[in-house]
Ligand binder design. Structure first.
Ligand code: SF4
Length: 303
């Protein structure tokens, strides 16, 4: 891309490359500052898939926190072993972390559960469990991330969720009548007071998908822009398409959803009766006596 290109933001504002990069970084800094996402002595662990969102957030956090020597930023990659797709992402991330001098921790489904995501899915299917790849992937990845974060003594776990992801999450949970999930959304995710749960923060909370993609491309980050071949989130895609369609005709629809949600979030958190417990088997945070990861592991053992 040429340096003299002009980029149009969703609000209609036109910026050149330098101004766009400045605008994006300022937005991330403001999100961190106004939501108190990072404290002076935090040890930050960034969950990186090797995609554009997590690579962007890793790059920016590393850059921002270099200004404060007490804050430590490291990265973690959980490999679900989805063939060449995963291999390329991992290779790209290793290269990126080497260039940026960021310590990278590697883990994988194979290492933790002995099998790849696709194999786990097929074993569960044989047991009559018809969970989608993304559901299984999400459950297992969250489990490994929290466990590793504690082992590495991280105080905050960073994810690359952007404004589009969050607007989709809010609408999906409302449409599906899963309002009990809503208090767990926001720039800081999860029940902070839950024992053993490492708070998750989303510095790209106010950055759109399009802006994040542009930031990543303008910086020439070594990332693949194709979607994961196992992606099975048909409902999410319908919601994303609907919101994109709305956004086309009614500017700032997604931002409106986020801003409205943030106004009611404190009330939702106060009223939240969601039980925070610990899994009896693995001692990781769980909403029931036994967490979903342990349930999956049990099923795999009996296969
Ligand atoms: S798209 Fe779904 S299956 Fe693929 S890495 Fe993401 S959560 Fe896992």
């Amino acid at each position: 891309m040429k340096d003299n290109s002009i980029y149009t933001l969703q609000a209609g504002e036109k910026l050149n490359k330098a101004k766009f990069l400045e605008y994006f970084e300022k937005k991330v800094r403001k999100t961190i500052r106004t939501n108190n996402l990072i404290g002076k002595k935090d040890k930050i662990l960034v969950a990186c898939s090797g995609g554009k969102d997590s690579t962007t957030v890793l790059y920016l956090l590393n850059k921002i926190t270099k200004e404060n020597k007490q804050i430590n930023v490291e990265a973690i990659h959980i490999d679900p072993s989805i063939g060449t797709y995963s291999e390329i992402n991992k290779k790209n991330l290793i290269r990126f972390c080497k260039e940026q001098k960021i310590k990278l921790h590697l883990s994988s489904f194979r290492e933790e559960f002995s099998y790849s995501l696709c194999y786990i899915k097929s074993l569960l299917q044989k047991k009559g469990i018809k969970w989608k790849s993304c559901t299984i992937c999400g459950i297992l990845r969250r489990y490994i991330l929290n466990k590793k974060a504690k082992q590495l003594k991280a105080t905050k776990l960073v994810t690359g969720h952007n404004l589009d992801d969050e607007a989709q999450n809010i609408i999906m949970n409302i449409f599906q009548n899963h309002v009990e999930i809503l208090p767990r959304l926001g720039p800081i995710t999860g029940l902070k007071e839950q024992k053993g749960f490492i708070p998750r923060i989303k510095p790209l909370y106010f950055c759109t998908e399009e802006e994040t993609r542009l930031y990543s491309k303008l910086n020439n980050f070594p990332v693949k822009y194709e979607k994961c071949p196992c992606r099975e989130e048909a409902y999410r895609k319908e919601i994303a398409d609907m919101l994109n369609q709305f956004e086309k005709h009614h500017k700032a629809t997604k931002t409106g959803i986020i801003q409205s949600f943030l106004k009611i979030l404190p009330t939702l958190k106060k009223a939240d009766k969601g039980k925070a417990s610990i899994c009896k088997k693995c001692k990781e945070p769980s909403s029931g006596n036994i967490c979903n990861t342990c349930k999956i592991v049990e099923l795999l053992k009996s296969s």
